[in-house]
Design a protein around this ligand. Structure first.
Ligand SMILES: CCC(=O)SCCNC(=O)CCNC(=O)[C@H](O)C(C)(C)COP(=O)(O)OP(=O)(O)OC[C@H]1O[C@@H](n2cnc3c(N)ncnc32)[C@H](O)[C@@H]1OP(=O)(O)O
Length: 343
């Protein structure tokens, strides 16, 4: 299947070419079967999400002091920002009553996280109010902060003021391919450069605990200059279940840092990042949601300059409710691409 066909698998001036998507799905059916068989066996082994059993399952060391370990470490060999934010929110949530809901967090990533050692989370009970409760969390490695985070929780309160933007119109997740399915497709191309093949195989070996279905694969793999906006469906791998809304917010915090900063690079296929790291990350939670069910993640970058890029994200429940919003600024130092992409 040509890139153009893949690029057709998305909202195109508001029109969705479902036939192209179905055609793409048909062409990849055998690969999908293979992948879904292996995914099913993984699912059997790991009915509960690894985010629940490992990543967000902090060990209590003392009052308001926790230790978190790593699951997936990006190729940069610095800790994934979403993991640190998610774990910081878990630590903060442990010190507030069950009747409170996480409604926002604001973080600075002040040092790179070291994947060779665990992270300590120290919680300060900043204030307990009648409606709002604030916690400050310091994530520490080698005796120094790597992240500082303020998280705020609220009791459930009624509101006559209620509005939200409409959810973007996109194909449902059932009509789209997962990142793994797309990679299998690219790997089957006979003219694929050896270096690209190696890169894709490394991506495939990643044990990212979230499942992603890009709405437009061309945006995901930067096959041409695009507006700085991309959308994907995402959900935690494995089962989390209903009930613990704070935990779903922690998972959403983990997911929210995934592929967000890369949105800045979409208009510039002639450049690739030689250094990219998120500097800060804020998040607001709006309605209840299940992070183990498909949510649409809409990412856009309104500005870039001074080696930094600003990105904003919105997470939509598939019934159209706005579940969460986030904002992030990152540092991006780029270098020219010497060879065009052979994907
Ligand atoms: C998916 C996105 C993610 O999850 S990213 C993970 C979460 N975020 C992070 O890990 C970021 C953590 N924060 C940090 O690492 C620091 O705050 C950062 C952003 C690096 C702060 O940068 P800075 O104050 O420049 O630190 P530094 O002096 O230690 O330099 C770090 C490396 O950058 C280089 N650098 C610095 N300035 C320039 C410049 N003007 N032009 C080119 N390079 C520059 C430094 O030389 C240094 O490089 P190196 O590490 O020695 O190779």
């Amino acid at each position: 299947m040509a890139e153009k066909e893949l690029a057709g698998c998305h909202e195109n001036s508001g029109l969705i070419d479902k036939n192209k998507i179905l055609e793409a799905n048909e062409a990849l059916k055998s690969e999908q079967d293979e992948v879904s068989q292996s995914r099913n066996s993984q699912y059997q082994q790991d009915l509960k999400s690894v985010l629940l059993t490992s990543v967000l399952n902090l060990e209590k060391l003392d009052v308001d002091l926790y230790r978190g370990t790593h699951h997936w470490v990006p190729r940069t060999q610095r800790l994934f920002g979403g993991q640190i934010v998610g774990q910081a929110l878990v630590a903060a949530a442990k010190s507030v009553s069950d009747s409170l809901y996480a409604h926002s967090l604001h973080c600075y990533f002040v040092r790179a996280g070291d994947p060779k050692v665990p992270v300590l989370y120290q919680v300060d009970r900043t204030r307990d109010g009648r409606s709002f409760t604030v916690r400050s969390v310091k994530a520490i490695q080698h005796g120094q902060p790597i992240l500082i985070c303020q998280a705020s929780f609220q009791t459930l309160q009624p509101s006559p003021l209620q509005h939200q933007f409409p959810m973007p119109v996109v194909p449902p997740p059932e009509d789209l391919l997962t990142v793994e399915e797309l990679i299998h497709h690219y790997l089957s191309k006979p003219d694929l450069a050896e270096e690209a093949k190696k890169g894709l195989k490394k991506l495939l070996a990643n044990e990212v605990p979230i499942e992603i279905k890009p709405v437009n694969p061309a945006h995901f793999y930067r096959l041409g200059p695009e507006q700085p906006r991309r959308l994907f469906w995402g959900r935690a791998r494995g089962h989390i279940g209903e009930g613990n809304m704070k935990l779903h917010c922690c998972v959403a915090a983990y997911v929210s840092d995934f592929a967000l900063l890369g949105t800045v690079l979409l208009p510039y296929p002639e450049y690739r990042a030689k250094f990219a790291a998120s500097l800060d990350h804020s998040m607001w939670f709006h309605s209840t949601f299940r992070s183990d069910e498909w949510m649409l993640y809409e990412c856009e970058s309104p500005w870039a300059g001074s080696s930094r890029g600003l990105v904003q994200g919105r997470m939509w429940r598939r019934d159209g409710m706005l579940a969460a919003s986030c904002s992030q600024e990152g540092v991006l130092r780029v270098k020219p691409v010497t060879e065009p992409s052979k994907l």
